[in-house]
Ligand binder design. Structure first.
Ligand SMILES: NC(=O)c1ccc[n+]([C@@H]2O[C@H](COP(=O)([O-])OP(=O)(O)OC[C@H]3O[C@@H](n4cnc5c(N)ncnc54)[C@H](OP(=O)(O)O)[C@@H]3O)[C@@H](O)[C@H]2O)c1
Length: 488
């Protein structure tokens, strides 16, 4: 394995005092060492997803007094939770290939020296992006531990369509509560009612009088307020709380870009209504993570909870995605996908680095493969056969791994065709030339719409043609290999 590889990261250019802009961040090229320091328990990871979180804004400001999280440092990469694959490990519990979630850098490769709050992913059958960690646990801890709901209570959630809010609302419904959410667009309001099952929802940007809006939905008052925004909404909620109500203070996103926070005027309601308002930090709940995970994975599998994400592809889109949190551009949890780059594959692996192809395929397809587009044959085909699902299909396009062998490797697992009723069918493109015009129309449209990408690897000059052809068998080409004979 190469000791050093090219790396890209998003750095903070300067400290921010007001509303952040994309220009406060920059994508820079650098290199990453893949080795961990000798004798250390560090890991080097390849990042797959990084999370955009509102708290990151507070880390962009220089604090004279220590903040609850360390400030970012200009010139260094931003940090947040992410999902990563271990490349090299000195840690006894993590090995190369393992999937982890926890704090990581906004870059392709990160050396993580402190793995105290990193978790190995136990349910890779769930979308990996769900493991950017905090929002679900934040909702779970804040709702059950801080707000302590009872069946039949009235619950209000602000920033309700966001990463945390959407889960809080669904947990409230599962507990038998009446739940209403606020969000900043009609599209989000509709999502709350149709997708997440909120009993009611309103667009706070369209309400001139938040107090009146809350009275409309809670004529008898609010038992639980899950506060994601602070500011004017908190003030309006305070006068609508019921006796012995609880306010789980989760975040104050409406205040993060103000130099001086707005004053909240109705705190005396805490006294008159014996309301408990309690702040909490998800960091304090990491010990409960495994318990939370089992319960939530169960709900997700049973379809009792759903989760909406807003994923952008590529680190270069990360600054805009982060800023979008503060304008409400995101719908659901905002993530940056570092893997799904050019071709949009959900996952990918380097077959040369995998010792056991059967185990590799099981990792990516725990429930089996429906369609295998066969290009290589040999050991990969044998491993795939073991992992096909009942009635799966294998269009056999080519078997490049065998073309240079005097005697082909034998395929051993063909009995799977019978046991699993598989169809494996060879084809030659020449037999389909009759469909060319139809294919061309469709493909040109996809290419124009940017729905399909095509990568070519062009060698210039006929003298490079022999090497170009040989490259196909060593894997030196990236995409379609062509030789440019003459450029007009
Ligand atoms: N205590 C903890 O441990 C903890 C952990 C995670 C998150 N949090 C906090 O929880 C809150 C929600 O976080 P999240 O991850 O779920 O974020 P998110 O909802 O995914 O994204 C932020 C959303 O907040 C809303 N928003 C932005 N500016 C606003 C404003 N000025 N007034 C009202 N709403 C505004 C926007 O939606 P709209 O279109 O609806 O305006 C935006 O989409 C944040 O305050 C965050 O800091 C706390």
């Amino acid at each position: 394995m190469a000791e050093e590889v090219p790396n890209h990261g998003v750095i903070l250019k300067r400290y921010v005092t007001r509303f952040p802009s994309e220009d406060d961040m920059e994508v820079v090229a650098c290199t990453a060492r893949l080795a961990v320091p000798a004798g250390s328990a560090a890991v080097v990871v390849k990042n797959l997803y990084v999370s955009c979180d509102p708290y990151m804004r507070t880390c962009m400001t220089k604090h004279e007094e220590p903040n609850y999280l360390p400030d970012f440092v200009p010139g260094e990469v931003l940090m947040s939770n992410g999902v990563s694959r271990v490349v090299t490990s000195g840690h006894p519990d993590f090995k190369a290939g393992d999937l982890l979630w926890g704090p990581t850098g906004w870059e392709e490769y990160t050396l993580i020296t402190n793995t105290d709050i990193h978790f190995k992913i136990n349910h890779p059958e769930m979308p990996l992006s769900y493991y950017t960690g905090m929002p679900g646990l934040t909702a779970y801890a804040g709702f059950f531990d801080v707000a302590r709901p009872k069946k039949g209570e009235c619950v209000f959630v602000s920033a309700a369509s966001g990463a945390v809010g959407q889960i809080v609302g669904q947990l409230a419904k599962l507990t038998g509560c009446y739940v209403v959410g606020s969000a900043g667009s009609d599209e989000k309001v509709s999502l709350l009612k149709t997708k997440f099952g909120f009993d009611g929802a309103f667009n706070y940007k369209k309400e001139h009088d938040l107090n009146a809006a809350l009275k409309r939905f809670f004529p008898d008052g609010i038992d639980i307020y899950f506060d994601n925004v602070g500011g004017a909404m908190l003030d309006a909620v305070l006068i609508n709380m019921r006796m012995h109500g609880r306010i789980a203070a989760c975040g104050h996103i409406s205040q993060y870009n103000l130099e001086v926070p707005e004053g909240v005027h109705n705190l005396f309601s805490l006294v008159t209504k014996r309301v408990r308002m309690e702040g909490f930090m998800v960091l304090d709940y990491h010990s409960k993570y495994r318990m939370f995970e089992e319960e939530i994975v169960g709900y997700l599998k049973e379809g009792k909870i759903c989760y909406v994400e807003d994923v952008v592809d590529g680190l270069e889109k990360a600054p805009a995605a982060l800023i979008g949190l503060f304008t409400g551009r995101n719908v659901g949890k905002q993530l940056v996908n570092l893997l799904k780059t050019k071709f949009g594959f959900y996952e990918a692996f380097n077959y040369k680095k995998e010792k056991d192809l059967n185990a590799t395929l099981k990792r990516y397809f725990p429930e089996g493969i429906d369609i295998y587009f066969e290009n290589v044959g040999g050991a990969m085909l044998d491993a795939v056969l073991l992992n096909m699902r009942l009635r799966g299909r294998i269009p056999v396009c080519g078997m490049i791994s065998q073309y240079n062998k005097e005697q082909t490797e034998g395929t051993r697992n063909l009995f799977c065709l019978i046991a699993k009723r598989l169809r494996m069918e060879g084809f030659i493109v020449m037999d389909h030339f009759g469909e060319y015009r139809q294919f061309e129309e469709e493909m040109v449209r996809y290419l124009k719409e940017g729905k399909i990408n095509y990568v070519e690897d062009v060698a210039d000059g006929l003298e490079k043609a022999p090497a170009a052809l040989i490259a196909l068998f060593t894997g030196a080409n990236v995409g379609k290999k062509v030789v440019a004979v003459s450029r007009e």
